[in-house]
Design a protein around this ligand. Sequence first.
Ligand SMILES: N[C@@H](CCC(=O)N[C@@H](CS)C(=O)NCC(=O)O)C(=O)O
Length: 304
Amino acid sequence: MTEPILHHYDISPFSEKVRLIFGLKGIAWASVIIPQIMPKPDYTALTGGYRRTPSLQIGADIYCDTRLIAEELERRYPLPTLFPGAAEGLHRAVEAWAENVLFWPAARATVGVNAAHMLPDFHADRAAMRGLPPPAPDKVRAAGLLAQAQLPPQIGWIASMLADGRHYLLGDRPGLADFAVYHCLWFLDRLPHRLTPELIADRAMTAWMARIAEIGQGEREEIEAAEAIAAAHASRPETPPASTDPELKPGQRVTVSPEERTSAAVEGEIVFVSPTCIALRRTDERAGTVHVHFPRLGYVVKAA
Ligand SMILES: N[C@@H](CCC(=O)N[C@@H](CS)C(=O)NCC(=O)O)C(=O)O
């Protein structure tokens, strides 16, 4: 099988979730470090304009969004499973809570308290991503403090999940629910002003975090973006399975964009649609013909 390539950067929390999946499954992978802020010309040559971090490349197939990346890695590397101890639906429900409700206050609190340590254009870049003007530094700090108040109740829920002595959130083996919650908390300590010392006192929770960290990243090898683009150019996308959607048919030209409008719409021709995924064919001068895959959940599909 062609080696997976993760386009990511080291302090990206969503990327940490995927790196842990590599660790759990013992996968060897290539790492391309992408810029934290726009422009990202090498990255968007592959994704067609999707800017969020990370994406997974396997030959000429590009998988956007960690929810879909998890699904694809589980399909290609089924063991050990990402869904031990409980139904996939329960892992996915914990993931949805963690990434929609827990993640944002954790990110805002971390960035707010570390406002002075971010890349010079970081705050302006993230505001522009949401169609907003650059924020004043004291606004970033104030928003961080407000956000921090949203964390203790949720941290209490996590501690309560571990209170019966279990080693992982849904049982005795680590899975997607652990990684989705963990990456939000992991980010609290990635910048010079670490927040876990003041926010996480529960010993079972600290021990759980240490167990997750020990899973590691699998076997990582650094490569340049140009190598990844050349690998896409030299590969053919996988033959997609039959489409299942009666409305969105292969051959139609559409755009796909995140609901939160945090990334440009990607335009292409539908090659495959399932209840969980939509894949578009597009051609780039450097990357050649690629299939860009998105989850259905959280993404808007429109006629181009
Ligand atoms: N739902 C997405 C969220 C990804 C996300 O928001 N990633 C952050 C970085 S960790 C991001 O894209 N920030 C803007 C950027 O990197 O350009 C996923 O699961 O992959």
